[in-house]
Design a protein around this ligand. Structure first.
Ligand code: FES
Length: 177
């Protein structure tokens, strides 16, 4: 079997995406347009669901940045998906303060409930489960973040059951809409 890997080509950016990029770049002096890198990556993720290597290259080209510098941003922040994810991304904090208050058990509970190991996506494509670094809400442990936006605190098994049930209902309603 050949081990040759094909070089990645930059993703083609739509006119609408380019306009959104331009709006972000305009917030900075021309010589500092690279400051828009996080915003551009967020736009790509919003539109594509994840930041592919091809998308990283397109952002790098647009901002005149080294591709590795863009990759460093993508890999540094938890919020950027480096592979396609399910409809709901669940980031469970397992750093020490949370681990001392059932953070690890919470991750395991969800893994068993959803039938997916951390880092994976459920067979129905609904949930991606991820282990997370500190989410800045240690006093509310165990905590998890849904889709990088909604913080859920004090997540007992009962509250986890309610959360999953609620998210499944949202998915069902969206599918029927
Ligand atoms: S250690 Fe979990 S939120 Fe800080």
């Amino acid at each position: 079997m050949s081990t040759e890997t094909r070089p990645v080509e930059p993703m083609a950016l739509s006119e609408a995406t380019l306009q959104r990029f331009a709006r972000e770049v305009a917030k900075y002096p021309p010589e500092q347009k690279q400051s828009a890198v996080m915003a551009c990556l967020a736009i790509v993720q919003q539109e594509q669901g994840w930041v592919s290597p091809a998308a990283e290259l397109a952002v790098a080209q647009y901002l005149d940045m080294a591709p590795m510098a863009v990759h460093e941003v993508t890999t540094f922040y938890n919020m950027y998906n480096q592979q396609p994810v399910g409809r709901f991304k669940l980031n469970v904090c397992t750093n020490l303060p949370c681990a001392l208050r059932d953070g690890t058990k919470t991750l395991r509970y969800l893994a068993d409930k959803l039938g997916v190991e951390p880092g994976g996506t459920s067979a129905d494509g609904c949930f991606t489960l991820q282990q997370s670094e500190c989410l800045g809400a240690c006093a509310d442990a165990p905590v998890l973040l849904v889709n990088d936006r909604h913080m859920c605190s004090f997540m007992t098994p009962e509250r986890l059951d309610q959360l999953i049930e609620g998210l499944r209902a949202v998915a069902q309603a969206e599918d029927q809409a």
